[in-house]
Design a protein around this ligand. Structure first.
Ligand code: DLL
Length: 444
């Protein structure tokens, strides 16, 4: 196992210490001032918000500080889709807008956001903080293996690299052997990609005959865009010899860097100078206490082209109570535990994909590569879990395979109250992902 203690005990680095370590009073003042500006911008320039605020009987003048946030209307993904493509822009797309990003529109219109140069710079600041949080700086070689394009991963990381002055290796995703080659030859020290792609890169490097933890100069990995587990983190850290931090973001709010862990790895510091976070009960839309899980809702504070008021992300998380050992005062959100819309209803029982992940983490014989396949037989839902074993597992003994499948099935049954047909499969039989892994295949 790689010893990451040395990496963890390096002196803490900050990109914008005045902001990252601001007092709560100073932050409240900055947030309030920017909120007023944002609300005025929304009311004056976006008819959707004028109508929504008029319907609630709220005028921009009623918002005096962050304490008045709950008077403002919510925004949903559907509102953004209805406004497709530019209906929620505060400025004309032909004016100062430098770039457009869009989320994939698999279940409806894509959601589109515009960025002025100022928006791009602010975004870069957020990602630059993340680079510092994992221990990187201007001397770093940053390999970006998030996809470049309408997806915000690649270009968001790129802007962060520019702001902090790192040497950028703009690989985008794909061509994994070449990623490994460059990583070795150029001496990459920070890798940015999805956690599933980091694992694929690690495994590919091992297959190519490297021991990345020993041979490569990697020290940090900034991984996000999809849910992952502590088990995956451990595997990535061991194989690559890095500290791996979780980065969160969404295209509607900005892209990667809305929040990111530091090396304490105990919650993701939210860029609270640029966003107000609320954690609300998704039914009552009332705030839940710190430490309790609810829907994450963001209000943007610095966005010029695509400001959003109280955007309901559908992601589920909490505010991590207490202070962080890294010295940052920006509050932390917990790992995303699921989405309000990824709940599977299986024979009437509500189940989240993350529960499968937690259950299989208990078994040393299997890995983090799994797929949940849902089908319907007559009136009955059928659930199959395919999970890969470790290379050490002896696949020649049918009895051992059956016994492992039964034990995993029993664990799932007692955790989820649903019978799951478990198939353990040989290493590398489940397709690897270079972007966001698709773990649930619903064929019903
Ligand atoms: O995934 C932005 C991003 C790029 C974040 C690179 C981090 C790194 P979208 O494609 O719009 O944007 O997808 C946003 O992905 O609402 C979450 O459900 C999920 N997601 C993002 N980061 C994480 C994370 C980018 N760290 C949606 N953990 C969000 C779990 C995440 N889920």
């Amino acid at each position: 196992m790689t010893d990451t203690t040395q990496l963890k005990t390096r002196p803490e680095r900050y990109f914008q210490p005045d902001i990252e370590k601001a007092s709560s009073d100073a932050l409240f003042a900055v947030q309030s001032e920017r909120l007023l500006k944002t609300v005025n911008n929304c009311y004056a320039n976006i008819p959707f918000y004028r109508t929504a605020m008029d319907a609630l009987g709220v005028l921009p003048g009623d918002i005096k500080s962050v304490d008045d946030l709950s008077k403002l209307p919510f925004t949903t993904k559907q509102d953004m889709r209805d406004a497709y493509p530019f209906g929620l822009f505060a400025i004309d797309v032909h004016s100062r807008v430098q770039r457009l990003h869009a989320s994939s529109g698999t279940t409806g219109n894509a959601t589109v956001c515009g960025y002025t140069q100022e928006d791009i710079d602010n975004w870069g600041d957020c990602f630059a903080r993340s680079i510092a949080q994992v221990g990187g700086g201007s001397e770093s070689i940053l390999q970006i293996a998030y996809g470049y394009g309408l997806f915000t991963g690649g270009l968001g990381a790129h802007e962060g690299g520019i702001r902090i002055g790192a040497t950028i290796l703009p690989m985008s995703s794909g061509n994994t052997q070449r990623q490994v080659q460059m990583m070795n030859d150029f001496g990459t020290d920070i890798l940015a990609c999805t956690p599933s792609y980091a694992l694929l890169i690690a495994d590919t490097a091992i297959e190519m005959g490297y021991d990345p933890a020993r041979d490569f100069k990697l020290s940090g990995a900034i991984l996000g865009a999809e849910p992952w587990s502590e088990g995956m983190r451990q595997e990535i850290e061991d194989k690559l010899g890095v500290i791996a931090v979780d980065i969160y973001g969404l295209s509607e709010i900005m892209g990667p860097g809305v929040s990111c862990e530091c090396r304490a790895q105990n919650g993701l510091h939210v860029a609270e100078d640029q966003f107000i976070i609320e954690i609300l009960d998704p039914e009552t839309l009332q705030p839940v206490p710190d430490g309790e899980y609810g829907e994450v809702v963001f209000t943007t504070l610095s966005k010029d082209c695509s400001p959003l008021l109280r955007y309901r992300t559908r992601d589920i998380s909490c505010i991590v109570p207490g202070t962080c050992s890294c010295g940052r005062t920006l509050r932390r959100m917990g790992r995303i535990s699921g989405r309000t819309d990824d709940m599977l209803i299986i024979r009437g029982v509500n189940v989240f994909p993350s529960q499968f992940q937690q259950a299989i983490a208990e078994f040393a014989e299997v890995t983090n590569h799994y797929e949940i396949i849902l089908t319907r037989k007559g009136q009955l839902d059928k659930v199959e879990l395919k999970v890969e074993t470790t290379p050490e597992f002896d696949f020649d003994e049918i009895r051992k395979i059956e016994e492992l499948q039964r034990r995993i099935g029993d664990e799932l049954k007692s955790n989820l109250q649903v019978s799951v047909d478990v198939s353990v499969v040989e290493p590398k039989s489940i397709e690897r992902s270079m972007g966001k892994a698709k773990r649930v295949i619903d064929l019903r």
